[in-house]
Design a protein around this ligand. Structure first.
Ligand SMILES: C[S@@+](CC[C@H](N)C(=O)[O-])C[C@H]1O[C@@H](n2cnc3c(N)ncnc32)[C@H](O)[C@@H]1O
Length: 200
């Protein structure tokens, strides 16, 4: 993969408000709850790394060299046992039944071939293994989905291939996973309230 230099460069700064507001908690639950031999797909800049339990055995994969470079830095700071490798989720360089848990946060929107990626996740998971994910999904309302479809081409260009309109939970079910626990949260507000300092 050639990679997205500018998206990688702004990613942490752009996500910082959401990380503080709720994503930190999400990562603590999704990555912090991972057990056994763990595989993370599309690790990005490594924002999940600090949330793995101490002593967890984690193999992290990321195809974008610019993201990976940042993840390497974060890894050095995190003090966690994470091995970082170049790989796309559609072609995981691991044997069948190798992991107890696969972790993926905000990844299925960006992979070019989600069905292939989900088949790969299923292949490398041991029988009874767990895929722990956090993804933004297609609106259930026709109005919301219409807007997601409308903004998709521009958003995909800006956000390094991200498709805001994918029905990822259905895709996960179609791939043969039993969804045993699912929490849906409300869409993010489109506009944050701005406040300006008022001179006194
Ligand atoms: C929105 S970022 C999320 C990064 C990270 N998982 C997080 O939670 O902050 C999407 C990530 O998916 C990665 N990605 C894109 N195509 C991929 C593929 N085919 N396989 C695995 N990861 C991919 C991108 O390089 C990027 O790091």
């Amino acid at each position: 993969m050639k990679g997205h230099k500018w998206f990688a460069a702004i990613y942490d700064r752009m996500s910082a408000p959401e990380e503080r507001r709720f994503m930190g908690e999400v990562r603590a639950e999704v990555a912090g709850g991972a057990r056994g031999k763990i595989l993370e797909i599309g690790a990005g800049t490594g924002l999940n790394f600090p949330h793995y339990r101490d002593g967890a055995q984690v193999m992290a994969t990321e195809p974008d060299p610019f993201m990976r470079r940042r993840a390497e830095r974060r890894l050095a700071e995190s003090g966690k046992h994470v091995e970082l490798r170049e790989a796309s989720a559609e072609q995981l360089p691991f044997d069948n039944d190798s992991f107890d848990t696969v972790v993926g946060t905000l990844v299925m929107c960006s992979v070019p071939h989600p069905q292939r990626a989900l088949a790969e996740i299923k292949r490398v998971l041991k029988p009874g293994g767990e895929y722990r994910f956090y993804e933004h999904v297609r609106y259930e309302s026709a109005f919301g989905a219409f807007w997601q479809d409308a903004v998709m081409p521009v958003w995909r260009w800006f956000a390094a291939g991200c498709h805001p309109n994918r029905d990822t939970v259905q895709a996960i079910r179609n791939a043969g996973f039993d969804v045993v626990e699912l929490e849906k949260s409300k869409p993010l507000p489109l506009f944050r309230r701005w406040s300006l300092p008022v001179p006194t």
